[in-house]
Design a protein around this ligand. Structure first.
Ligand SMILES: C[S@@+](CC[C@H](N)C(=O)[O-])C[C@H]1O[C@@H](n2cnc3c(N)ncnc32)[C@H](O)[C@@H]1O
Length: 353
């Protein structure tokens, strides 16, 4: 965090006359868990009193709570970066105007320029990330080819932020379960309002796969029964009813089924929820304790990117949905898995027989 962030709060600066006053207000935001606002005011305080290490620590504490740690893992995910780079190189044409949804540090936007795009408009709804992205893009000498919009994509309009509809949409707004960052409604909205009719989406589609596993270690991440000789089962009111991200390979497990597809999504086409029921061949006797899910992105031009447990590792991890009351399954007798999504979150569960 630095002076550029402080400058972005110049309106507030007029009101605050000293580092301590800024810090007092910052602390109020921090106590209300408004870490972005706290970070902006602590940055102002630090700009006024650069010698104060206490203020720098408080600024860092706010920033760490505001900017998710996964950004670092994501940017260092070479498989992800290489796949996007290859697909972007193949998709961008010289006269293209590109819309990049979700700037982060600006990596995909800068890839588009490197691939020859005339201009890239990239939007980031987090003002702190947007300000740092501008700095990164400037350091890489690309400020004249990339416009960073501090806005959600849904707040952008052609004729206002965009000079004309974009020829290509690039985005990486996916969590371990694919939909958790609201990719479906976001891309449907962009397709409807912000692109030329012929514009491609990168990625264009994705399929979510699942596999049934027995893994006491994964199950124990979300459920408890007896501990230290006490019945603590009532604590399960706090279980996650939805998936959480973790690496299947980190936990001893038995595979009870082969991988099977749950949903395929064509991005840009809509965001309504859906349910499906799949008969899954069981390959081994066991107790199904989790449904492990992952996705394969189709980035176009023959480039795919999988977050699956059987592919080289990515930062995403898998989406693990534990089964509260593990169900016995038998080899040769199909299990029935039901899965649903509401446009932003996938759930999968096993039906008893
Ligand atoms: C997973 S990061 C990817 C960043 C960058 N594109 C890259 O690939 O390195 C996604 C970023 O998009 C932002 N974001 C997600 N949905 C958005 C939306 N609809 N409009 C603007 N920003 C969004 C998040 O705040 C986050 O910083």
């Amino acid at each position: 965090m630095d002076a550029s962030l402080a400058r972005s709060t110049s309106a507030a600066a007029d009101l605050l006359s000293s580092a301590d006053l800024a810090a007092t207000h910052a602390n109020e935001y921090f106590d209300r868990a408004e870490f972005g606002s706290a970070a902006q005011l602590f940055a102002l305080a630090v700009a006024r009193a650069p010698e104060r290490t206490d203020l720098r620590l408080l600024l860092n504490r706010s920033v760490k709570r505001h900017v998710q740690r996964w950004h670092f893992r994501m940017m260092n995910d070479k498989r992800r970066n290489d796949a996007y780079q290859a697909a972007i190189e193949a998709a961008v044409r010289p006269a293209d105007i590109v819309l990049d949804i979700g700037t982060g540090a600006g990596i995909t936007a800068m890839m588009c320029v490197r691939a020859g795009a005339t201009h890239v408009y990239t939007c980031e709804h987090d003002p702190i990330l947007a300000s740092v992205a501008r700095k990164i893009i400037s350091r890489n000498g690309l400020s004249d080819r990339i416009t960073v919009l501090t806005a959600a994509s849904t707040g952008i309009e052609v004729g206002r932020e965009l000079p004309r509809p974009a020829d290509l949409l690039v985005t990486e707004i996916f969590d371990a379960g694919l939909l958790g960052e609201r990719a479906l409604p976001t891309l449907a909205d962009a397709r409807r309002r912000l692109l030329t009719p012929a514009a491609e989406l990168l990625p264009r589609s994705a399929t979510v796969y699942a596999q049934l596993v027995e893994s006491p270690g994964l199950h124990a991440l979300n459920h408890v029964g007896e501990a230290a000789g006490f019945d603590v089962g009532d604590f399960n009111v706090f279980e996650s009813l939805e998936y959480f991200a973790d690496y299947l390979s980190w936990y001893p497990h038995e595979l009870l089924s082969e991988p099977f597809p749950l949903f395929t999504f064509s991005f840009g086409e809509g965001a309504t929820g859906a349910e499906t029921e799949v008969e899954v061949p069981v390959v081994r006797d066991g107790s199904c304790q989790a449904v492990v899910m992952w996705f394969v992105l189709d980035l176009g031009s023959g480039v795919t990117l999988s977050s699956g447990p059987w592919d080289p590792v990515t930062h995403w991890r898998q989406a693990v949905q534990t089964v509260r009351d593990p169900l016995p399954v038998k080899a040769g007798r199909p299990a029935v898995v039901r899965a649903g999504h509401d446009g932003s979150r996938i759930r999968a569960w096993l039906l008893g027989r």
